[in-house]
Structures are given as structure tokens and as C-alpha cells.
Design a protein around this ligand. Structure first.
Ligand SMILES: Cc1cc2nc3c(=O)[nH]c(=O)nc-3n(C[C@H](O)[C@H](O)[C@H](O)COP(=O)(O)OP(=O)(O)OC[C@H]3O[C@@H](n4cnc5c(N)ncnc54)[C@H](O)[C@@H]3O)c2cc1C
Length: 475
């Protein structure tokens, strides 16, 4: 069993860029080609995409990743010779930035699409939840509420086209008006609680409106998966960065940063270095701890709160679920939902196995987050026995538990005005982080779009690479 977070994991160092002993490092270095070098803190998708676009724009990128693996929240683990995702990850057909990047990297042919569906488990009964017919049969609600749910969804996805006003309206106030109190309490409140816990009262209706318009536009739901998972994309990006003269440094935690005149000094496991600019992809509270006082004072939303996630991966020998995703409400189950990713991933890609992800989104300071791996594992098996008559523990090959403390920023009312700009003040510290995603969902597609925006902001702020200063390294 593992108990790791994407921030804390320093295990399983791959062959890529093992850290050098300090005395083996050059005391001073500069780019032969005279390119401006930009440091990127974090080797998740935001960091890798930023480094890739930096290199495309003529800068040299150096990526610092604290863990021993690339990919951040999209990272993986090994199980009996196959690579599996720690957290369930798929693409949507609306992920235009992701799809364009795959094309640029010439790996579009690795992406496959499958039609998927969603279920709703209420008080132990499973209902499909994928369109008007399912809604009419959804006995968890009285008939008039089913009609109201359909009309509410129609209003959100087709009638209400301009929704900026919802940025200053609480979702918990708006949803009962659109769907009625009973539908809100039975459907929406559990879904909001699952995503944002006790902090759901702060979330703007604008986020809900955007998410519904992205995922549920009434057409058949389709989800995509890359052969080799997001690991394949992370590795392809890393190869492209290195091939262009950039550098990926694993197990290289940045411990402080200090913006100065036309540079940013950073201290990492590699020592102290100056860079022409720095892009931070780490959650805002972590960045606030790294930054010196002057720049910390300028950081936007430095006190932003995040939901973490605990998930149990149940590796099965047989398919269990009818749907890709099932939300579970009032059923005595210790998790908020079940995702069976092998409705999208062909089981033959992973040795004929089937993967169930049982998740709880919760704050990293909660009892739920801190439950021992053994407890989470036991609750996963007992919960599956409770919900699915056809579940048998004899079909379980293994259960693994993973935790991440900073998954989903908890958006607050009026967040459009608080959303961080790519540049911190007039400094050379730039941001490409999930705190900027709003109102978009936090996803690889969004991080890729943000990376392009941030690199554009660097070009606008500090000029073309040949006009900027080169890297210097000092002890
Ligand atoms: C359960 C779950 C399901 C999800 N499902 C999907 C999905 O289906 N589709 C989708 O597109 N997205 C999905 N996501 C969201 C997606 O994983 C994230 O939005 C995305 O990975 C965020 O990328 P990032 O690079 O901004 O952050 P991270 O992935 O968190 O990367 C940040 C990196 O910074 C490193 N770091 C932190 N501090 C330091 C430091 N001081 N020095 C150096 N490095 C540091 C960390 O180790 C980490 O690797 C899911 C997430 C979870 C948890």
C-alpha cells in the first residue's frame, strides 16, 4: 500500500536527470547560444507544457520537479509490469488545447474515444443518468421534479447563454431557484458536497454553469484516453524539452525564491541560481511559503483553500460497473463515487484488468483525508460488497491508496476579479497554476491553455529571448 501525495513523493527515481552532488555542479554557467533561461517550478502538466512553449518561443527551460516522477496529479504507479494511473484521468472531446498539443507532438494517433455514461446510486438503487429517457425513469425523484430537472438543464445549457452575473451568486442559492429545493437537496447538494465539502457555500454559480455546459450539452457523452496514459504525454513533452536544449531535474525541490532586478533567484536541491524569469505551477499557499516577504506580499489569493483527494484504486480481474462514473448518495458507502476507467481504457492495454477508483474529495486537514490506508482499503472492499451484488473480493487483485492535498481550489464569490494574472506585479515571477483555471475546470486541457497564456505574458513582459539576460549560477 502506498500513501503518497504528488507534492511529497520522492520515490522511484527514473533515469532522467538524477540529482548531482552539490560539489559536482558548475559554480557558474551560461547558455552557449545566449538564450534566456526560464526556470519552471513543478513537473506536472502545467510545468511541462510551460517548458515546451517556452522552448518553442526561443527561451531555454529548466524544470524543477520535487518528486521522482513527472506528471504531478496525472502521475502513475507500476503494478505487475503495467503502468496504471494513480488518479482517474480521461480527456473530453471539448479538450481543444490538449488535442492540438497532441497533434503538434505527433501523438494524436495514441488517443482513443469511447462512448461513456453516468449513473446515480441513491439509497442503494442504481439509476442511469444520461438523457431525457433516464431522467423520466429516475424514481429517486417524484415525477414533477424529474420534469423540473430536465427544464432546469435545458435552461442552463441552451437558454442562459450569458452567465457572468453568476460569478457573484452562490451556487447553493441559484441551484434551488433553477431546479427547486427538493432536486437541489437530492442531487445538487450531494454533488457540490462531494467536490467542495463544507466549503460548498462559497462556490459561485458561474462555476456550475460552466461545468454543465462543458460536460453535459445533451449529446452522447464521449471520453478519450491516451495509450500509455498521461504518462505518455508527460514523457513526450519531456523528450521534446530536452531535445530542444532544455533540462528536466527530478527530485529537485525549490525551497525559496527571490525576485530581483531583471531576474529571479531560486534555491533548490541544486544550490542557488539566477534565472531570467520563473514560472511557478505550485499551489498558491505553497508558493507563498517559498517566496521572500516582498514578493509574498504581492501574491494574489495566497490564502486560497484547496480540496484534496483520497482515492482507492481497486484492481479487478472482472468488469463491475455499468457506467464510467457513478455518483453515490445516501447509500451507506464511505466514498463519494466510483469511476471504472476501463470503460474507456481498453482492458487489454493493462493485462486484461479492470480498474475501479473510489474517491473522496476533502480538505487535507480532515479526518477523512487522514484515515489510514488500511481503513480506506477495508472500506473500499466492504463498500463495493454493499453496493454491488455481483462484486466478489476473489476478483480483487490489489487495492492501492493515494492522496493529494491540493487538487481543486475552492472558488469564492466574485473570483473573476481575484483570479491571478500570469505575472506577479512587475516582477519576473509568473504563474501557471490551477488557481487561474476558473471558471474552467481544473484539467490537463486547462493547464495547457494556461501554459500558452503564461508564456505569452513572459514574451510581452521581458521581450524576445535574445534581448534578455542569460542564466548565471552561484553558490
Ligand atoms: C482524482 C482526480 C481526477 C482527475 N481527473 C482528471 C481528468 O479526468 N482529466 C483531466 O484533464 N484532469 C483530471 N484531473 C485534474 C488534473 O490532474 C489537474 O488539473 C492537473 O494535473 C494539474 O496540473 P498542474 O501541473 O497544475 O499541478 P500538479 O499536477 O499538482 O503539478 C505540480 C507539481 O509541482 C511539484 N512541486 C510542488 N512543490 C514543488 C517545489 N517546491 N519544487 C519543485 N516541484 C514542486 C509537484 O510535485 C507536482 O509534480 C484529476 C485530478 C484528480 C486528483
Amino acid at each position: 500500500m502506498q500513501n503518497t501525495t504528488s507534492e511529497e513523493d520522492t520515490s522511484s527515481l527514473s533515469g532522467r536527470n538524477k540529482p548531482l552532488p552539490r560539489d559536482a555542479m558548475p559554480a557558474r554557467s551560461s547558455d552557449a547560444a545566449g538564450q534566456a533561461t526560464v526556470a519552471v517550478i513543478g513537473g506536472g502538466i502545467a510545468g511541462l507544457a510551460s517548458a515546451y512553449y517556452l522552448q518553442k518561443s526561443g527561451y531555454r527551460a529548466v524544470v524543477f520537479e520535487a518528486a521522482g516522477q513527472l506528471g504531478g496529479l496525472g502521475t502513475h504507479f507500476e503494478h505487475q509490469g503495467v503502468t496504471l494511473d494513480r488518479y482517474y484521468h480521461v480527456a473530453l472531446d471539448s479538450d481543444d488545447d490538449l488535442i492540438a498539443l497532441l497533434g503538434e507532438l505527433e501523438i494524436s494517433d495514441r488517443l482513443i474515444w469511447k462512448e461513456t455514461g453516468m449513473g446515480f446510486m441513491v439509497e442503494g438503487s442504481l439509476f442511469p443518468f444520461n438523457g431525457p429517457i433516464d431522467l423520466l425513469k429516475f424514481r429517486a425523484l417524484p415525477f414533477h421534479d424529474r420534469i423540473r430537472t430536465g427544464l432546469g438543464a435545458l435552461y442552463i445549457t441552451t437558454i442562459k447563454r450569458n452567465a457572468l452575473d453568476l460569478d457573484k451568486v452562490r451556487a447553493v442559492d441559484w441551484l434551488p431557484k433553477v431546479f427547486g429545493r427538493n432536486v437541489f437537496e437530492k442531487i445538487w447538494e450531494p454533488l457540490l458536497t462531494a467536490k467542495f465539502g463544507d466549503l460548498r457555500h462559497e462556490v459561485p454559480a458561474y462555476w456550475v454553469w460552466n461545468t454543465l455546459n462543458r460536460e453535459k450539452d445533451g449529446s452522447q457523452e464521449v471520453k478519450g484516453y491516451l495509450r500509455e496514459g498521461y504518462r505518455g504525454l508527460a514523457d513526450t513533452l519531456a523528450d521534446a524539452i530536452e531535445a530542444g536544449g532544455g533540462e528536466i531535474r527530478l527530485q529537485s525541490r525549490v525551497s525559496s525564491l527571490e525576485p530581483g532586478e531583471n531576474k529571479v533567484g531560486i534555491v533548490s536541491d541544486r544550490g542557488a541560481e539566477d534565472y531570467a524569469a520563473v514560472i511557478s505551477t505550485v499551489p498558491m499557499p505553497l508558493l507563498a511559503k517559498l517566496a521572500n516577504n516582498d514578493i509574498a506580499r504581492q501574491l494574489p489569493v495566497a490564502d486560497l483553500r484547496y480540496q484534496g483527494c483520497v482515492n482507492a484504486v481497486v484492481i479487478m480481474r472482472k468488469r463491475l460497473e455499468t457506467h464510467y462514473w457513478t455518483a453515490v448518495v445516501d447509500s451507506g458507502f464511505d466514498f463519494q463515487g466510483v469511476v471504472e476507467t476501463t470503460h474507456v481504457i481498453p482492458p487489454e492495454w493493462i493485462g486484461g484488468r479492470h480498474l475501479l477508483y473510489l474517491m473522496n474529495y476533502c480538505g487535507a486537514d480532515t479526518e477523512l483525508y487522514k484515515r489510514s490506508d488500511e481503513t480506506v482499503k477495508r472500506q473500499a472492499i466492504e463498500g463495493l460488497e454493499l453496493l454491488y451484488p455481483n462484486f466478489s473480493r476473489s476478483n480483487v487483485e490489489d487495492v492501492r491508496v493515494f492522496r493529494a492535498p491540493h487538487v481543486e481550489p475552492v472558488w469564492t464569490l466574485g473570483y473573476l476579479e481575484k483570479r491571478p494574472a500570469p505575472r506577479v506585479g512587475n516582477s519576473r515571477l509568473f504563474l501557471c497554476t490551477t488557481a487561474q483555471a476558473y471558471p474552467r475546470v481544473t484539467a490537463w486541457n486547462t493547464s495547457i491553455a494556461l501554459a500558452r497564456e503564461t508564456v505569452g505574458a513572459i514574451e510581452a513582459a521581458i521581450g524576445a529571448p535574445e534581448r534578455t539576460s542569460v542564466i548565471t549560477q552561484h553558490k
